[in-house]
Design a binder for this molecule. Structure first.
Ligand code: S3P
Length: 445
């Protein structure tokens, strides 16, 4: 397999059909983590066979957990219980995945062996102090590279004590890390989040019979509480399709002419549906059909048609609920009539790439009036003629995929370099994109 892939997108075409996108990345990671530290056998269906969630799977295999699959999304995990993990022979490679590194740090802080977490070039630049600091407060000993960056060397056998921690930023990864460490800590761990973030860890722990109590303190803040020293009991998990992957096709259908698309069985957990709310505020024609609940997570078929989008000021309260969808929402804003303003989204600067700067550069390169700000972007959409350009993804899968959607309404071909990263979250992206009507070729370079 070639190391790198270039996407070439031809403009035109419409978006039609009925598709299913791969399993949710956040839930796939957690299914392996919780299945591994549960007692009993967990069967997972709909598991995302992307590099990120596979990094988590391999890490637990390296710690002695017997895991079979994935085979067409089926994984079987023979849980070893909270105390059954074994010291891995090598550093655990989390690849490109911030979720894997940050959540695993919480689990590993509670083990009686030392362990090192490493990552690729993008992950090695991302901030880890946000997890090491509360873990150190709990009693863990962790060495990092300069500036709190990976690798993380977690020292062996520190007795953890529970903490009461107010998150300095809205982050599900930090919340989950502390809750997972809290399983191993003596006492009651409390996390207060400044704004709602995805709650898959809380839901799945409760599903595994481990009580986690969540309480809304006001419109924005939630307090999450658990007691250390309990046990998880294995539970089968049906992973819904990833709304973050569906988002590329939602925007593609909204901005294409005569489009009509159904995306099946998508997770619509209310902590993830900011992209639907934002697109609706922009005037998108979206409906939810066949709503149901699978394994504690709500799902629906998302039906979306060509829409006349207009620019909006994006409510800041929706930012954490759409945090991974901004690259493609910027593309929606570029097609929308009028001005779109995003603020309160400084977290975008520390994702797989600096998504404010990288998307602004990419949109400007194709001729869009995009203006990056400290914590967001101002896009004057709708009117420009776009131009042919060669875009850099900066090791970021969501930049690669978002810019293919920008190619749909462009006036000429767009080339996107460095797109092998799409395998981290959406290995079948190109096939599905071409199936619904985008016109993309992937070239090995
Ligand atoms: C994730 C949480 C989010 C998100 C990431 C996955 C998770 O990060 O951006 O892709 O699975 O918990 P933050 O919690 O740091 O915002």
């Amino acid at each position: 397999m070639s190391n790198n892939i270039q996407f070439k997108v031809q403009p035109g075409g419409t978006i039609k059909g009925r598709i299913r996108v791969p399993g949710d990345k956040s839930i796939s990671h957690r299914s392996i983590m919780l299945g591994s530290i549960a007692e009993g056998t967990t069967h997972v269906t709909g598991f995302l066979e992307g590099e990120d969630s596979l990094a988590t799977l391999k890490a637990f295999q390296a710690m002695g957990v017997e895991i079979s699959g994935p085979n067409q999304g089926n994984v079987t995990i023979h849980g070893v219980g909270l105390k059954g993990l074994k010291k891995p022979a090598h550093p655990l490679d989390m690849g490109n995945s911030g979720t894997a590194m940050r959540l695993m740090a919480g689990i590993l802080a509670g083990q009686d062996f030392e362990c090192e977490l490493i990552g690729d070039a993008s992950l090695s630049k991302r901030p880890m102090k946000r997890v090491t600091q509360p873990l150190v407060e709990m009693g863990a000993k962790i060495d990092t590279a300069e500036g709190g960056k990976p690798p993380l060397k977690i020292q062996q056998g520190q007795a953890l004590k529970a903490i009461n921690y107010r998150l300095p930023m809205a982050s599900a990864q930090v919340k989950s890390c502390i809750l997972l460490a809290g399983l191993y800590a003596k006492g009651t761990t409390t996390v207060i989040e400044p704004a709602p973030t995805r709650d898959h860890t809380e839901r799945m722990l409760n599903g595994f019979g481990y009580p986690v109590h969540s309480e809304k303190l006001d419109d924005m803040q939630t307090k999450v509480v658990l007691e250390g020293g309990g046990k998880l009991t294995a539970k089968d998990i049906d992973v819904p399709s990833d709304i973050s992957s569906a988002a590329f096709f939602m925007v593609a259908a909204a901005v294409a002419k005569e489009a009509d698309l159904i995306i099946e069985h998508v997770g619509i957990n209310p902590t993830r549906t900011g992209v639907i709310d934002i697109l609706k505020l922009m005037g998108a024609d979206i409906t939810l059909e066949n709503q149901a609940t699978v394994g504690g997570e709500p799902v629906a078929d998302i039906h979306i048609k060509s829409s006349k989008l207009k620019g909006i000021k994006i409510p800041e309260s929706l930012v954490p609920l759409a945090i991974d969808e901004f690259p493609v929402l910027f593309v929606a804003a570029a097609s929308a009539e009028g001005q779109t303003i995003l603020s309160g989204a400084e977290e975008l600067r520390v994702k797989e790439s600096d998504r404010i700067q990288v998307m602004a550069d990419a949109l400007i390169a194709v001729g869009i009036d995009a203006n990056p700000t400290e914590d967001g972007m101002i896009i004057n959409g709708g009117k420009q003629k776009t131009q042919s350009a060669e875009i850099q993804s900066h090791h970021d899968h969501r930049i690669s995929m978002a810019m293919t959607v920008a190619g749909l309404n462009a006036d000429s071909e767009i080339t996107i370099d460095d797109c092998a990263n799409v395998r981290t979250s959406f290995p079948s992206f190109i096939e599905l994109a071409n199936e619904v009507g985008l016109n993309i070729s992937a070239i090995e370079v």
